[in-house]
Design a protein around this ligand. Structure first.
Ligand code: HEC
Ligand code: HEC
Ligand code: HEC
Ligand code: HEC
Length: 265
C-alpha cells in the first residue's frame, strides 16, 4: 500500500517537472514578434548593447563587415606592412643601344652552328642531369657578372642531346670541324614594319622560341635586344608571326577539295 502511494507521488513529480520544463523551453526558444530573445530591440533596429544571456550572433551592417574580424580565421587579419616588391622594375624606361645589340648578336652567333641551332654549352659541366641545368637556366640565375640565359623553349628533357658540352680533357684542342655544304639562314637584325613606329613583324620562326622574354625582355633579355615594353604580355597580338619562317604550308599548296563542279540543268 505504501509502495503504490510512493510511486504515484514519484510519477506525479516527474510529470510536474516535465510540464514546467516544457514551458521554460517555450519561453526561452520561441521567437517573439519584437525580435529574438531579450535585449535586441525592435525589429529593424540595430542592437547597440547585448546582454551575455542572448544566444544570437548580432548581424553587422555591410559597412562594418570589412573592418570587423569574424569567423574562425579572425586571427589571420591581413596586415601587410610591406608587400614584396619585384627586384626588376617592369616600367623603367629602356634605351636600346646599337652597340649592345651588335655585341649580343656576335656572342650568340659564336655559340651556334647556324641561326636557330641549339647553342653549345660555353662552360664546363660537372652534372649533366636536367635538374642541374634547370636550376640555373629556368629563371636566369645570376652569378657575379654572369647571367645564365633563360631557356627560350619549354622544358625539354635531356638537355645535352641538343646542347653540346665542351669536349673533355685532353680533346679541347681537337679540330672537330667537318666539311659540309650546309648554309643556315642568316640571323635577322630587325623585322619589317608597315610604317615607321608600327610594330615590326617577327623576323624569325617561333619554333623553340616560345618564351619571347627569354631573349627580348624583362630582366632576362639580351642587351640591346629588349623590347621597350616588357609589360605587354601577348606579343603576337601586335607582332605578326612570319608565315614563311614558321613553315606554314602556303595555302595554294594545300591539296584542298577540288573545286565544286556545278552542272547546269
Ligand atoms: C651554376 C649554374 C649553371 C649550370 C648548372 C649550368 N649552366 Fe649553362 N650557363 C650558365 C651561365 C652563367 C651561362 C652564361 C655564360 C656566359 O655568358 O659566358 C651559361 C650559358 C649556357 C648556354 C649558352 C646560352 C646562350 O644563349 O648563349 C647554354 C646552351 C647552357 N649554358 C646550357 C647548359 C646546360 C645544358 C647545362 C646542364 C648540363 C647547364 N648549362 C648548366 C650557368 C649554368
Ligand atoms: C630537342 C633539342 C633541345 C633540348 C632537349 C633542349 N634544348 Fe635548349 N635549345 C634548343 C634550340 C634549338 C635552341 C635555340 C633556339 C633558337 O635560338 O632559335 C635552344 C636554346 C636554349 C637556350 C638559349 C636561349 C637563348 O638565349 O638563345 C638555353 C639557355 C637552353 N636552350 C637551355 C636548355 C636546357 C637547360 C635544356 C634542358 C632542360 C634544354 N635547353 C633542352 C634545343 C634544345
Ligand atoms: C632565342 C632568342 C629569341 C627568342 C626566344 C625570341 N626572339 Fe625575337 N629576335 C631575336 C633576335 C636575335 C632578333 C634579331 C635582333 C633584333 O632585332 O633584336 C629578334 C627580332 C625580333 C623582332 C624584330 C625587332 C626589331 O628591332 O625589328 C621582333 C618583333 C621579335 N623578335 C619578336 C619576338 C617574339 C614576339 C617572340 C616570342 C614569340 C620572340 N621574338 C622570341 C631572338 C629571339
Ligand atoms: C600593343 C602592341 C604591342 C604588344 C602587345 C607588343 N609590342 Fe613590341 N612593339 C610594338 C610597337 C608599336 C613597336 C615599335 C616601337 C617603336 O618603333 O618605337 C614594338 C617594338 C618591338 C621591338 C623592337 C624594339 C623596340 O622596342 O622598339 C621588339 C623586340 C618587340 N617589340 C618585342 C615585343 C615582345 C617580345 C612582346 C611581348 C612581350 C611585344 N613586343 C609586345 C607593339 C607591341
Amino acid at each position: 500500500m505504501t509502495w503504490s502511494r510512493l510511486s504515484t507521488l514519484f510519477f506525479a513529480g516527474v510529470i510536474g517537472i516535465a510540464v514546467i520544463g516544457y514551458f521554460v523551453g517555450l519561453a526561452d526558444g520561441v521567437p517573439k514578434a519584437t525580435g529574438i530573445g531579450e535585449g535586441i530591440g525592435r525589429l529593424g533596429e540595430h542592437p547597440t548593447s547585448l546582454s551575455a544571456a542572448v544566444k544570437v550572433i548580432p548581424a553587422l551592417r555591410y559597412a562594418e563587415i570589412a573592418g570587423t574580424a569574424m569567423g574562425p580565421t579572425d586571427a589571420f587579419q591581413a596586415a601587410a606592412k610591406e608587400l614584396p616588391t619585384s627586384p626588376y622594375n617592369l616600367f623603367a624606361e629602356i634605351k636600346l643601344s646599337a652597340t649592345d645589340k651588335a655585341s649580343s648578336s656576335e656572342m650568340r652567333a659564336s655559340r651556334r652552328a647556324f641561326n636557330g641551332a641549339p647553342p653549345i654549352i660555353p662552360h664546363a659541366v660537372q652534372n649533366t642531369t636536367d635538374a642541374a641545368c634547370y636550376a640555373c637556366h629556368s629563371n636566369g640565375m645570376r652569378m657575379g657578372e654572369l647571367k645564365a640565359s633563360v631557356m627560350s623553349h619549354t622544358f625539354l628533357a635531356n638537355c645535352t642531346q641538343c646542347h653540346a658540352p665542351p669536349p673533355p680533357v685532353p680533346f679541347q684542342d681537337a679540330d672537330l670541324s667537318v666539311d659540309s655544304t650546309f648554309v643556315g639562314l642568316p640571323a635577322p637584325t630587325s623585322g619589317k614594319r608597315a610604317f615607321p613606329g608600327a610594330p615590326p613583324t617577327i623576323p624569325h620562326s617561333q619554333w623553340m622560341r616560345e618564351k619571347c622574354e627569354a631573349c627580348h625582355g624583362g630582366p632576362n633579355g639580351w642587351a640591346g635586344m629588349e623590347s621597350t615594353h616588357p609589360w605587354r604580355t601577348n606579343c603576337t597580338q601586335c607582332h605578326a608571326p612570319s608565315a614563311k619562317l614558321d613553315q606554314a604550308t602556303p595555302a595554294d599548296l594545300i591539296p584542298m577539295l577540288p573545286p565544286l563542279e556545278i552542272v547546269g540543268r
